[in-house]
Ligand binder design. Structure first.
Ligand SMILES: NC(=O)c1ccc[n+]([C@@H]2O[C@H](COP(=O)([O-])OP(=O)(O)OC[C@H]3O[C@@H](n4cnc5c(N)ncnc54)[C@H](OP(=O)(O)O)[C@@H]3O)[C@@H](O)[C@H]2O)c1
Length: 292
């Protein structure tokens, strides 16, 4: 069953997409960017666990992994009930640096494996001209991580179709890209669909910018739902796995309540026709964040 068909059967946020080799991933992920360890991040993650989230999207770069590790440990819920993602930052795209980074991540998460490890960005900067060779080597090391049981699944983030050719061997299980109403990246989505790669959508609310759009508000109101619920359901109805961050307990809960309504084909069409809105301004070749 492809991911679009899988998503049409979901009845709760605990339901899972099944990846190509049978690993299951909860269909909604809790984002941890800006849930900083030093700002009481563990309390936010604990609240998210109480709200029902078991899928956490972390990264070496986010300074959230100690919080995720602490909250998961103190929850008393077995580790295998969680799905934890981490990412190797763009400054660590060599096998040696990636291995060190993964070890720090495992230490911070207080776990001996992550469920999914992603290459965070395909190149370290606009001026990074030998990114293809680096990715080929790094992807070989990612496959080693998997064979050694340090990670269950490997994948990419912010890859467009032309970035995949240099990955030799195993196909990525997941590609995490900016995906939301107003920025659907149809070519990347189509490529991933054709190759059995699950797309995870980051900034599924357009970093909250979409929530005040008049047409989004009008369709949400017609269903008696919030604009955030509409944005998240839009991703699911496209066969995409949305990631959403909230530090607010009530919003955490309502963001999971997505299965008592369905957007009609006409509403999906209207939402897909709004033009480009709420784009972050980031791009994996030309506008890489924190590019020096
Ligand atoms: N791979 C990558 O390069 C990449 C890049 C960016 C993000 N990501 C991942 O994707 C996750 C999600 O993206 P994001 O955090 O940038 O943006 P987002 O989830 O689209 O938006 C987060 C913002 O929306 C607000 N919000 C959440 N639920 C709400 C609701 N129901 N009503 C009103 N406001 C609501 C949050 O505020 P409150 O906290 O106050 O609720 C926060 O300001 C990240 O946390 C990260 O894990 C990955």
């Amino acid at each position: 069953m492809d991911f679009l068909e899988q998503s049409s059967h979901f009845k709760s946020a605990d339901d899972c997409y099944e990846l190509a080799d049978g690993v299951k991933i909860p269909c909604l992920g809790f984002g941890t960017w800006k849930v900083f360890d030093e700002d009481g991040g563990a309390a936010v993650i604990k609240e998210a666990i109480s709200s029902g989230y078991r899928h956490f999207d972390a990264a070496a770069f986010y300074r959230s992994e100690k919080s995720v590790g602490q909250a998961v440990k103190e929850s008393g819920i077995p580790r295998d009930q969680f799905f934890i993602t981490s990412k190797i930052w763009k400054d660590d795209l060599t096998p040696e640096l990636a291995r060190k980074s993964l070890q720090r991540t495992l230490d911070d998460l207080k776990t001996d494996y992550v469920d999914l490890l992603l290459i965070h960005w395909p190149r370290s900067s606009r001026r990074d001209m030998n990114w293809q060779e680096k990715l080929t080597e790094l992807w070989g090391e990612f496959q080693q991580f998997k064979q050694q049981g340090l990670v269950r699944e490997i994948g990419t983030a912010n890859f467009l179709p032309h970035h995949f050719a240099c990955l030799k061997g195993e196909r990525p299980a997941v590609n995490q890209i900016e995906f939301h109403i107003g920025y659907e990246q149809t070519e990347a989505l189509q490529y991933c669909r054709e190759h059995g790669i699950l797309v995870e959508g980051w900034a599924a609310l357009g970093r909250a910018e979409l929530l005040t759009h008049f047409q989004i508000k009008a369709i949400a109101m017609a269903h008696g739902i919030t604009p955030a619920q509409l944005c998240l359901k839009f991703c699911l109805q496209k066969g995409v796995l949305p990631l959403v961050k909230s530090a607010d307990a009530q919003r955490m809960r309502s963001n999971r309540d997505l299965f008592s309504f369905t957007l009609t084909a006409n509403e999906m069409h209207v939402l897909s026709s709004l033009g480009q809105i709420a784009w972050s301004g980031e791009h994996p070749d030309t506008a890489i964040p924190f590019d020096r």
